[in-house]
Design a protein around this ligand. Structure first.
Ligand SMILES: C[C@@](CO)(OP(=O)(O)O)[C@H](O)COP(=O)(O)OP(=O)(O)OC[C@H]1O[C@@H](n2ccc(N)nc2=O)[C@H](O)[C@@H]1O
Ligand SMILES: Nc1ncnc2c1ncn2[C@@H]1O[C@H](COP(=O)(O)OP(=O)(O)O)[C@@H](O)[C@H]1O
Length: 330
């Protein structure tokens, strides 16, 4: 049996501005996103039986993740942080169902999803899993990876999903992107050149936030900020300008809902990570630092202070889309 193996990456929003509230309940946004090397693992294969059979677990194991987060397996806190749906509400399930319908695929799909990306963290884990499932399904069904209908399905599943497919203008196979500016409700993607690799420290504060709730509490500014200076800084590789251009309009509402975010950002600042910000609708925070060594050093210091109870990693920017490997066995 052919099996497609892929590693859906997380993302960080280096910039996020609200431009207006639309009549369909979504916000017009202007955001700059970067994929990072914290990845889930997804295996997909075709089945004779129709339908989607999805198994979900945590890496390295649910016990180890729960211990790092300072919660007991099976407790309500562990459930709220670590229980990931395996049925129709999983975005992988929705993406594969839509793919099968659009293509008239006979049979179904089996999928194993192993999570590393915290859920409800503003790191786009569910969206990235869905995009990777689409690319893996297309590969198994001999569908070209730059077929526009993949971007259409992605946008129908969630605003963040198209970003994870790569550059829609990128030519055969979907072009690689290392950063992208996303507009509309987030589904209109434009690749943004980025000079060098960015190094990050990322902190998940051990609590999840709901994207609609954070948007619901947010305020659209009269005079929106522009992403231009960040885009220029990324293009020229000006790290200091990148650091001073970080911005997130959702940060205020996320902090009001989860005051721990402010505490985490203040702690990062106190430890010298002064270029720090919330990603997406939270709850994770990140700092842009100068080198991989500095990221490792800062993450170690923060880890000894915040874990168990939070989740601290060092990370670096990578490119999209995630590669797909085809193997022969499960
Ligand atoms: C905030 C961001 C920033 O990248 O990321 P996350 O924090 O979720 O990772 C995204 O805009 C999230 O995109 P995504 O998570 O795909 O959201 P969707 O499923 O499309 O929408 C969920 C809900 O969020 C609100 N929403 C979402 C996107 C948008 N541009 N305006 C909104 O108001 C709406 O209430 C919508 O019903
Ligand atoms: N593949 C998936 N992985 C993680 N969470 C998922 C997945 N599919 C659906 N969900 C649900 O989506 C929500 C979190 O989405 P996620 O993308 O991880 O967070 P965020 O929107 O903050 O980036 C959770 O409520 C979770 O139950």
């Amino acid at each position: 049996m052919k099996i497609a193996v892929t590693r859906p990456p997380a993302k960080l929003n280096l910039f996020l501005e609200l431009l207006g509230k639309r009549s369909d309940g979504f916000h017009e946004i202007d955001t700059v996103m970067v994929p990072i090397d914290l990845c889930d693992e997804l295996k997909l294969w075709r089945t004779d039986d129709p339908g989607i059979e999805l198994q979900v677990g945590w890496l390295p194991s649910i016990e180890i993740v729960a211990a790092r987060l300072g919660v007991e397996c099976g407790s309500p806190q562990a459930d709220s942080l670590l229980s990931i749906p395996s049925g129709e509400s999983n975005l992988v399930h929705r993406a594969l169902t839509e793919f099968s319908k659009r293509l008239g695929v006979t049979g179904g799909f089996g999928c194993q999803l192993h999570k590393r990306i915290p859920a409800g963290a503003g790191m786009g884990g569910a969206s990235s899993d869905a995009a990777s499932a689409l690319l893996a399904a297309a590969t198994l069904c001999d569908v070209s990876l730059d077929s526009p209908f993949l971007w259409e399905i992605a946008a129908s599943i969630g605003s963040d999903v198209p970003f994870f497919l790569g550059d829609p203008q990128g030519g055969s196979g979907g072009g690689a992107i290392r950063a992208a500016r996303a507009r509309g409700r987030g589904e209109k993607i434009e690749a943004t050149p980025i000079q060098g690799t960015l190094n990050f420290v990322v902190v998940f504060p051990g609590a999840s936030l709901s994207t609609p709730t954070v948007y619901g509490h947010s305020v659209v500014p009269d005079q929106p900020l522009s992403a231009e200076s960040l885009v220029a800084a990324l293009r020229s590789g000006d790290l200091a300008a990148t650091q001073t251009s970080l911005s997130n309009r959702l940060a205020q509402s996320a902090k009001e809902i989860l005051p721990r975010i402010d505490e985490i950002l203040k702690t990062m600042w106190r430890f010298g990570m002064t270029a720090c910000q919330l990603t997406g609708s939270g709850s994770a925070c990140f700092a842009v630092v100068q080198s991989a060594d500095e990221a490792r050093h800062c993450a170690n210091r923060l880890r000894s202070l915040l874990e168990p109870g939070a989740f601290v990693i060092d990370a670096r920017s990578v490119s999209l889309p995630a590669g797909i490997t085809i193997g022969d066995t499960k």
